[in-house]
Design a protein around this ligand. Structure first.
Ligand code: SF4
Length: 94
């Protein structure tokens, strides 16, 4: 049996993004209150069905994307996640 390994580079995952044809304001709402709450929820719903969510989140963490929803995480959630991610990276580097 042959196993095919698919390597997704930082640009290739964007081609498979579930949000490609979505309204950008869902993923980059202004603020985090009022209508932005519904926009963020709608964006996260799209992320749930996205096959490249892990690549998207990894990219956002590595490039320190401060705005918008990436990989199913809103700005405040991703800030907390990035702190843990950086701590884990420092720990691994020794
Ligand atoms: S995880 Fe969400 S923001 Fe990232 S590519 Fe997929 S749909 Fe877009």
């Amino acid at each position: 049996m042959t196993t095919t390994m698919v390597t997704i580079t930082t640009t290739e995952w964007r081609e498979l993004a579930a949000c490609r044809d979505s309204e950008p304001s869902l993923f980059f709402p202004i603020g985090s209150t009022g209508p932005a709450i519904d926009q963020i929820a709608a964006a996260k719903e799209i992320c749930l069905g996205c096959s490249v969510a892990e690549d998207c989140l990894q990219y956002a963490l590595e490039s320190n994307q401060e705005s918008g929803v990436w990989g199913g995480y809103a700005e405040d959630e991703r800030r907390r996640l990035r702190k843990r991610w950086l701590a884990e990276r420092r720990r691994r580097a020794g």
